[in-house]
Design a protein around this ligand. Sequence first.
Ligand SMILES: *Cc1c(COP(=O)(O)O)cnc(C)c1O
Length: 418
Amino acid sequence: MSMGKYELVCQEDGEVFEDGYGLFCPSGHKGLMRTRYEVREFSPRPCKGIFKFYDWLPVRSVYETDSCPVVFRSEKLSKELGLNDLWVGLTGYYPERDCRSMSCTFKEMEAYPTYARLRDSGGKTIVLASAGNTARAFAQIAAETGNRCIIVVPETSADKLTVTERSENVTLITVKGDYADAIALADRVVALGDFVSEGGARNVARRDGMGTVMLQFAQTAGRLPDSYFQGVGSGTGGISAWEASLRLIGDGRFGDRLPRLRLSQNLPFTPMAKAWNAGRREILPEDLGKEREDVSQVYAEVLTNRKPPYSMKGGVFDAMTACDGSFIEVTNDEARSAERMWMQCENVRPDPAASVALASLVKAVGDGTVDRDECVFLNMTGAGRDRVSEDYDLVTVAPKADVDTDVTDEELRAIVDA
Ligand SMILES: *Cc1c(COP(=O)(O)O)cnc(C)c1O
């Protein structure tokens, strides 16, 4: 039997199966599923946007777009850091470097293939609970692709959700409560039927979408980097960079050595860094510190995931083990100072999470972890909200309904059907 374009492989027992669009393998294992593509050779299509990597995305539908991570050399930053072979990957809005991802982070690279794969599977509506970068990306790309999405947020963060295009496709529900209430409500919407949860790291379209920054690196530099720097909350970007690197190694023309993942977290909330540095596959309660209080203190809020896909088969721990990676902890001051360094070199403001990544590179150069001549890839995962707001009129997504936590299923049904 021919497998068609791709198949999924359970990372727990190696079982291979057809994409059923679920988040777990058919045997219900806890490990991640990974895509395996029929085309083993890296052959980007001659177009600009993310779907030039069609062969290595778990989709059959594509959308027309120019949005894609961009990889370039920053002479000034290289000089500032004293590095001879530094490459920057940037996803965001920065016209001088031809970066045109309007929602300004690499979450946009997760949104495109997720919507395409949903269309392949019959067009169910996605539901998410977030007011951050994920929500902005999925709202922005819903408008562009004609897909629908339902976003649930606490009442107090409703005004944070801005996009460049007004759209009827986004149903924003605000809840009188906190994030836990928003998550619980999103789960209830999914349970109504006809809706799917975005799935986080378990969604192979999100992972392979994030992995395109490594594919773009290979296309631009013609090789794999020696090391890869990224700020992480869930670490999904690290898993994705590893998986994309494995595919590139499989091609044969990009060397046979995995890039060493140099993942960073923002002090005082650094649970994965703590578990990794203690040599543990498990995150213990002590790694979470004072949790709520610590989370409230970090500069890069987006890096404060409390349940990262770290321990499971195919997750962050395995990725780090495979490449002999390391975690770097960065303070708010170090992140802000790295941001100032960046602003002197490039004319676009980074997302705080990207500043954390740069700060980790500054530290690695300082303590000799990184050699001057090694091929370094710095993933600036988000930038340009300042620039987009100069060039476009941003619109705030208007809530369709404001509900109490005890809203009935009938009432919810009426809201999402309206
Ligand atoms: C979500 C996010 C990250 C962290 O991504 P991981 O899922 O932990 O890989 C980093 N930077 C930005 C801008 C983000 O939005």
